[in-house]
Design a protein around this ligand. Structure first.
Ligand SMILES: O=C(O)c1ccccc1NCC(=O)[C@H](O)[C@H](O)COP(=O)(O)O
Length: 212
């Protein structure tokens, strides 16, 4: 079975077209103003209209309040919310109930101590994103192009679908899949020529690597 790919941090039509042409299963829009990949609600709404049926449109938010989420969900046709901040399991459940959209909770992993959180979130979210933990003081809570030690999650499984993220590239994807058993993967920096600029050739190479 092929590995499903999410291309995150799409902010222009060219990047989106590259992800669609290459065969991405999910496309992600980042609603975090400090990010080089940030989109406005208007930009995301326009991009979302270009996404063919069958490709899930994911809004990535960081500790968003209800007013912010109301605005995004009201304007952008979405298939999933990705929570990439310090949202508690209770807040995850609240957002899921309020918007009626599947919710994927990102959990940062740097050491064994971080693994318990994956179980807690897997009990309330529709999917979990197993990502590298952002370094202390990092400007961004994700999208830093850093990998974690994949051996930490080797053989681990959760009761919901999960995605592997963090520092994936066309060059290391095969090893990451082999070591973790991931059936879904998420990438942003590893398919960019500069922060925020998706590179069509790298996107295609990443999807090729996912197909094995
Ligand atoms: O990409 C961002 O700028 C970003 C900002 C704030 C929170 C999360 C962000 N990105 C998350 C991702 O793109 C991915 O879900 C994941 O962290 C993998 O990123 P990368 O290591 O760059 O492939």
């Amino acid at each position: 079975m092929p590995v499903s790919v999410k291309i995150c941090g799409l902010s222009d039509k060219a990047g989106l077209e590259a992800a669609v042409a290459a065969g991405a299963r999910y496309v992600g829009f980042v609603f975090f103003p400090k990010s080089p990949r940030a989109v406005t609600v208007e930009q995301a709404a326009a991009l979302a209209l270009e996404v063919p049926m069958g490709i899930a449109k994911v809004a990535l938010v960081v500790d968003a309040d209800d007013a912010t989420l109301d605005e995004i969900v009201g304007a952008v046709p979405l298939d999933m919310l990705q929570l990439h901040g310090r949202e508690t399991p209770e807040r995850v459940a609240e957002i899921r109930a309020r918007y009626g959209l599947p919710v994927m909770k990102a959990v940062g992993v740097a050491s064994k101590a971080d693994l318990a959180a994956l179980d807690s979130y897997a009990a309330v979210a529709d999917q979990i994103l197993v990502d590298a933990k952002a370094p202390a003081g990092a400007a961004l809570p994700g999208g830093n192009g850093l990998a974690f030690d994949w051996r930490l999650i080797a053989g681990r499984r959760w009761p919901v679908p999960w995605m592997l993220a963090g520092g994936l590239t066309p060059g290391n994807l095969a090893e990451a899949i082999e070591k973790t058993g991931a059936r879904q993967v998420d990438v942003s920096s590893g398919v960019e020529s500069a922060p925020g600029a998706k590179d069509a050739a790298l996107v295609a190479a990443f999807l090729d690597a996912a197909r094995g």
